[in-house]
Every structure is written in C-alpha cells, then in structure tokens.
Design a protein around this ligand. Structure first.
Ligand SMILES: [Zn+2]
Length: 65
C-alpha cells in the first residue's frame, strides 16, 4: 500500500481546516405563496405541495387570543 512520505505541516492542516464553506440549502419558492421552502418538503407557511393543499395549517394569529 502507498504511504505518505511525510506528514502534513501544521500550517497546511490549519489552512485546510480554516478554509471551508457550508453548502447552500436547496431552497426553492413555494408555488402558492412564494415563500422560500426546502425542496421535496411541504410549504410550512401555507401547506401546499405539488400545487395541492396537503396539510391544513392553523394560522398563529387565531391561536393567540
Ligand atoms: Zn406556500
């Protein structure tokens, strides 16, 4: 098996650890309300998925009296 000739310098290790970025979330817009939603997930604000009402969402305004 091939084997590394020498170990990485501290600088190289620290450089590698310091330069990285989070992947962007797969956000798309809801076809009904235009809210940013995760793909393949029912819209949390209106309950629409695939242009159909899948779940009924109780609005928070009515709950708070
Ligand atoms: Zn929506």
């Amino acid at each position: 098996m091939a084997c590394p000739k020498r170990r990485w310098s501290k600088e190289r290790t620290h450089l590698k650890r310091s330069t990285w970025k989070l992947d962007k979330l797969n956000l798309s817009k809801c076809s009904n309300c235009g809210e940013a939603v995760l793909s393949h997930i029912t819209c949390p604000s209106c309950g629409f998925y695939d242009n159909k009402q899948v779940i009924v969402i109780k609005s928070k305004e009515k709950e708070t009296k």
